[in-house]
Design a protein around this ligand. Sequence first.
Ligand code: KG4
Ligand code: ZN
Length: 366
Amino acid sequence: MKILAIETSCDETAAAVVEKQKSGLIRVLGEAVASSEAMHIKTGGIVPEVAAREQVVSIIPVIQETLKQTINHASNSVSQDQSELTNWSKANLDAIAVTQGPGLIGSLLVGVETAKTIAWSWNKPLIPVNHLLGHIYANWIEKLEQKPDGQSQPLFPLLCLIVSGGHTELVLMKDHHDYMIIGGTRDDAAGECFDKCARILGLPYPGGPHISKLATNMSGTHKHPDWQSLPRPLLHEDTLDMSFSGLKAAFVRQVKHLSQDNHLNQHTKQILAADLETAIAEVLSKKVSMALDSFNPKSFLLAGGVAANPTLRNHLEGVCQSHQIPFFKPPQKYCIDNAVMIGAAAIYRHKTINPVQLKVNPGLHL
Ligand code: KG4
Ligand code: ZN
């Protein structure tokens, strides 16, 4: 089964053609992505209207590039002709999948309306996909650096931690169609906390990778005499709830404090970045550890943009080792938003809809 998947929930315009292997893993046959990230650096965060306009500009070229790659992959012939792309797609694609939500309404509309039009005109089934489920299914993508037969896939029941720019959720999945949220943030998402703290330090959007880089380059542990470690919110509370807004506020206070005393320099910024990254990793891994103790799943999955963070990955590696449970994480490239994960989710949870009836849902829940 070959699926053309489209993802436009935020500032990435992405398309991919994917196929399920006998192993159950998802192979990428072609993919392309355009990002308006650079346009948001100037504003320190995403401007929804700018992101939506860029989606309009990029969507058709991104789909065309994806189909060209897929055809070249299949036949080794370099195809440029639009009618050849259409004929091949009509003959070989089994369905169209698209992110229905959650996300920015203007960006989502571009992907959804394009997918509806393609599905209708090529007479293909249309599969709406929840973006958060897409992040989870990034864990079924075949890893090119490993031999396919050396790879295993997640076993049910499983526990998944989704950590992205807009969400932080602990999800327990009994099967592909059977899941429940067992914990999550009460306020800001972990990615949002990274992004906002980075902004206070004058780092570009998205801030997570920049905080991570600053923390890695930390040249020592010497602290200012007044230094207080950042809080680890709800760390010792008997709940799977999390909270990151207080951590962000404490970070802002610390930065102001250091600036007033003229102590905000590259070195103190590095210490702050490392402390923030460790605080987030400690809270997340403690909650994962508690959930593993309570629910005793067979595998643990990490998902979402923040899953690319090496400190978090290391902490969770330790938790999974001590619980003797396999740890699955997507390749770095597929942690952040992409269309391959949308195709993977569509293959495993494929519920079609009449194209005329599909509407975007910016607030869609899991
Ligand atoms: O999943 P994603 O691409 O978009 C959403 O669905 O929100 O996640 C984006 C988030 C941003 O907050 C970004 O700062 C964070 O993922 N992120 C990271 C890293 N790479 C991306 N956070 C920490 N460390 C990273 N290496
Ligand atoms: Zn995402």
